[in-house]
Each structure stands twice: as C-alpha cells, then as structure tokens.
Design a binder for this molecule. Structure first.
Ligand code: ZN
Length: 243
C-alpha cells in the first residue's frame, strides 16, 4: 500500500500541474485576443472619425464651390449693370445681386461652422492615433510574449499527460476512480497525512483503530470527515512499531 500512496502522491502532483497548464491554455489565447481586440477597436474608432471627416470635407468643398460660383455670377451681374438701359431692369438686377450676396454670406457662415467641426475631428484623430501607436506597440510586445509562453505550455502539456497515463498504470485499477472523485471534490487535494490520530487535511480526529490501519498500510483509508486518503510519514510508522 505504501507504494500506492507514493504513486497517488506523484499523480496528484502531475494532475495539479496539468490543471495549471489547462488554465493557461485557455487564459493565454484569451489574453492575446483581448489585446488584439483592443487594437482593432481603437483602429475602428479612428476609421469612423476619418470617415466623418471625409464627409465634412466633401460638404466643405461643395459650399466652397457654391460660393465661388456665386461670386462669379455677382461679378457678371455687376458688369451687366453698366449696359442696362431701363431703371426697372437695373433695380431687378441689383436685387438679384443683393440676394446672391446674402446667400454667400450664409454660405460663409456655414463654411466656418464646417471648418470648426473638421478641426475638432482632426485634433481628435491625431490624439487617438498617437494613443493607438503606443498602445499597439505595447500590446504587440505582450502578444509576442504570450504566444511564446503559450508555445511552451503546449510543449509541456503532452508529456505531462503521458506521465499521468504512466502513473495511472501503476495504480490499482479500483483506486483511480476514488482518486478522481476526491481530486474533483477537494480541488486537487487527494492525500492527507495522519499524525497523532488526527487528519492534517481537516484536523479532525481519526479513530484509533483506523489510525492503526494507516500505520500498517493494509488498505486505502479515507478520512471519515474530509474523505481524503490518509497516510502517515515513515518516522511515525517506525515509532509506532518500536513503541
Ligand atoms: Zn480529514
């Protein structure tokens, strides 16, 4: 039985290491994709702002075109004023010129408005791009680190699984299901040392008769309170035998 305890001890250690590797196998890809997502979402935000700015640029261009067309037509009309013979025609043309000028002053107001919006957007884009640049390089560095660590974990995982299989082979077939049950129930703590008739896993008393059986390793004995498999250290066994 002593040998079986040693196998259980080794198996428990391997399983704990496997659990940790399995956590990392999930955790590292998550960390990597979070960092990638952060870069992607920041780029999307900047792209959105750039699209908005392009729309505003188009509107600005349209207004500018209208202003220059209006200026052209004002210039032509003003030249025409000299050729006009009747007062009525003169007045009508002057009215038209005034209306066009008014239209242009409205356009110019709108243009200022648009340019202000464009300026604000440009500032925002510049700030966000600067932040993105430093965030992206930091994230890429971390991603590279995590990818290397993930490779190491993958390399370590398969041999560890093989070690587990080998350990299970050395175990009595009826002990393994019990081991698995306790491992799951107690977060990987399967074994506990029994000392002075006390289970050091839960610090409850172990009945004297049971404790004697533990000392002689005649069979697998579970703690009546926490269900862990109990064993004693060699010195306690020899003390018990000599004493
Ligand atoms: Zn116990």
């Amino acid at each position: 039985m002593r040998e079986q305890i040693l196998v259980l001890e080794a198996l428990q250690q391997i399983d704990l290491e496997l659990s940790e590797l399995e956590i990392h196998l999930i955790e590292y890809p998550n960390k990597i994709s979070n960092l990638e997502e952060e870069i992607k979402s920041s780029k999307e935000t900047i792209q959105n702002l750039t699209d908005q700015k392009e729309d505003l640029d188009k509107t600005r261009e349209e207004i500018e075109n209208e202003i220059s067309q209006n200026e052209e037509s004002i210039k032509k009309s003003e030249e025409k004023l000299f050729e006009i013979k009747t007062h009525k025609e003169y007045q009508a043309l002057q009215k038209e010129i005034a209306e066009t000028k008014k239209m242009n002053s409205d356009h110019e107001e709108k243009l200022l408005d648009e340019m202000e919006k464009i300026e604000t957007l440009e500032k925002e884009i510049a700030e966000k791009s600067e932040k993105l640049a430093s965030m992206e390089s930091g994230n890429q560095e971390k991603i590279a680190e995590y990818k290397l660590e993930l490779e190491d974990i993958k390399v370590a995982y398969e041999p560890k699984k093989k070690q587990k299989e080998e350990a299970i082979q050395k175990l009595d077939p009826e002990i393994f299901p019990l081991y698995e049950k306790i491992f799951k129930k107690n977060n990987g703590e399967v074994l506990a040392i029994a000392k002075n008739e006390v289970c050091t896993g839960c610090y409850m008393n172990v009945p004297a008769q049971l404790f004697n059986e533990i000392l002689t390793f005649t069979r697998i004995i579970q703690c009546p309170s926490c269900q862990k498999i109990l064993y004693c250290e060699e010195e306690e066994k020899s003390e018990a035998q000599t004493g």
